[in-house]
Design a protein around this ligand. Sequence first.
Ligand SMILES: *[C@@H]1O[C@H](CO)[C@@H](O)[C@H](O)[C@H]1NC(C)=O
Ligand SMILES: *[C@@H]1O[C@H](CO)[C@@H](O)[C@H](O)[C@H]1NC(C)=O
Ligand SMILES: *[C@@H]1O[C@H](CO)[C@@H](O)[C@H](O)[C@H]1NC(C)=O
Length: 179
Amino acid sequence: MKFLAITNVFLTIILFSSTLGAHFRFTNFKCISLDPEFAVVKECILKMVRRSVVGINFHIAIKYSQPINKIEFNLSIFRKSNMYRLFLVNHTIDFCYYMRRPEQYPIFYMFHDSLMAATNANHSCPYTEKDIYVKKMTFNDKTLKDLLSFLPVGEYKLVVSVGAFGVWRLQVNLFGVRD
Ligand SMILES: *[C@@H]1O[C@H](CO)[C@@H](O)[C@H](O)[C@H]1NC(C)=O
Ligand SMILES: *[C@@H]1O[C@H](CO)[C@@H](O)[C@H](O)[C@H]1NC(C)=O
Ligand SMILES: *[C@@H]1O[C@H](CO)[C@@H](O)[C@H](O)[C@H]1NC(C)=O
């Protein structure tokens, strides 16, 4: 009995520390405006948030003069093996619909709280802001737990394409390593 109990504690510690040890770190971040008359990238960098943790910093200036109430949002996850190959999803959602019922899309919802905590675009449509930013965004515990549950060790690229009124306007590429 005693032996079992100790083994259990031991196993728990090993499992726990391996979950804690496994993590996902951002290595590069690139943003491309596909339509500078619609949106201009002002900032797109990874910055140190705390020791050994970098966060996403992103700022776009919207040049479009009307409120934006039609947004397409597309996520693809690539894994590197010589080159980046599509690993998971490649899915376009109606972002305005999504923001009203985010839990309906688990793959996108996985990132929801991490993103909403860091952006001023944390509300439903329409968007009237002339500046949209993301500041010091990191993946919170829930995002990491969900993400790490199905991502094998490796190098990844997450590509988010954002469209408005049916035209792709912006592409954001986040590179990271799961180790
Ligand atoms: C994603 O899906 C679209 C439409 O089905 C396709 O045209 C595109 O090539 C796919 N992207 C990748 C990276 O496979
Ligand atoms: C995802 O977005 C890209 C634009 O970057 C587009 O070419 C592709 O068709 C989209 N995928 C789907 C499934 O709509
Ligand atoms: C959205 O973020 C701003 C700070 O950027 C905050 O003041 C506001 O309360 C947030 N709104 C919601 C609905 O979380």
